[in-house]
Design a protein around this ligand. Structure first.
Ligand code: HEM
Length: 215
């Protein structure tokens, strides 16, 4: 197992797997284009409301990748597989990538880059404000995700900054909770997963603090 996880081919495979949702969306878009423009095949590949479908699809994957990023360290420790750490940065950057696509779809396709309307929504619709805060929080994490930045900032400072990812995930869950109209089961499920990941983190910290105090 450690050998497979250390392989550059496994890393390339994980990269492609993370890209699969985007590929799936592009394939659906291609099929829709063929149906609508060339008259080949059936339309409706992106449902009756393509913009809504793409917005929801990319929002879902942003949150999933964010939670997956947070799950890497607990899994690494529980499964005793230190090599899993090699994948955390990539998965985190994918969360940011899907978040940016999600934002661009909303800004470009939904709002057609109408500046005044965008600002109105950001300032007046709580779920948009919270979603924006979540993505903005991810920005410094994406920028400082390289080894060069860890060296420049020092590991302790860098680690402290990167705890922000929990806040981003929490804001993502709140964003989802605020926007659903009736069925809150999925936002609650994501919230529960985040709560488990956070509890694990606190438990590890408490155990470490206890061990230091006992020395
Ligand atoms: C950057 C600012 C963001 C904006 C402007 C934005 C906007 C939106 C909009 C307009 C919707 C669809 C609402 C509806 O149909 O009623 C949506 C859905 C969603 N967004 Fe965002 N969002 C943002 C950031 C985020 C982030 C950072 C995450 C995740 C961490 C996220 C996760 C989701 C989820 C999970 C959904 C619902 C998906 C579903 O119903 O299947 N969004 N967002």
């Amino acid at each position: 197992m450690p050998k497979i996880l250390a392989s550059k081919w496994t890393k390339a495979a994980v990269f492609l797997v993370c890209l699969a949702p985007a590929g799936y969306l592009l394939a659906l878009g291609g099929l829709e284009y063929r149906a609508q423009v060339q008259g080949i095949g059936q339309p409706g590949n992106l449902t009756g409301d393509p913009i809504k479908y793409i917005t929801h699809f990319t929002g879902d994957w942003t949150l999933r990748f964010l939670l997956l990023t947070l799950a890497v360290t607990p899994l690494r420790k529980l499964l005793n597989q230190p090599q899993l750490a090699r994948y955390r940065r990539m998965i985190g950057l994918y969360a940011f990538f899907y978040g940016c696509v999600h934002l661009m779809i909303w800004m470009g396709l939904d709002k057609e880059f109408a500046g005044a309307e965008l600002w109105k929504d950001i300032l007046e619709r709580w779920y948009i404000t919270v979603g924006m805060a979540s993505l903005l929080g991810m920005l410094p994490l994406a920028v400082t995700s390289t080894a060069g930045w860890i060296r420049r900032m020092g590991f302790v400072k860098w680690q402290r900054l990167h705890r922000l990812v929990y806040g981003c995930a929490a804001l993502g869950v709140i964003h989802y909770y605020l926007l659903v109209k009736s069925d809150i089961r999925l936002p609650l499920l994501y919230g529960a997963i985040l709560a488990v990941l956070l509890s694990y983190r606190f438990a590890v910290r408490r155990r470490k603090a206890g061990a230091v105090a006992a020395r």
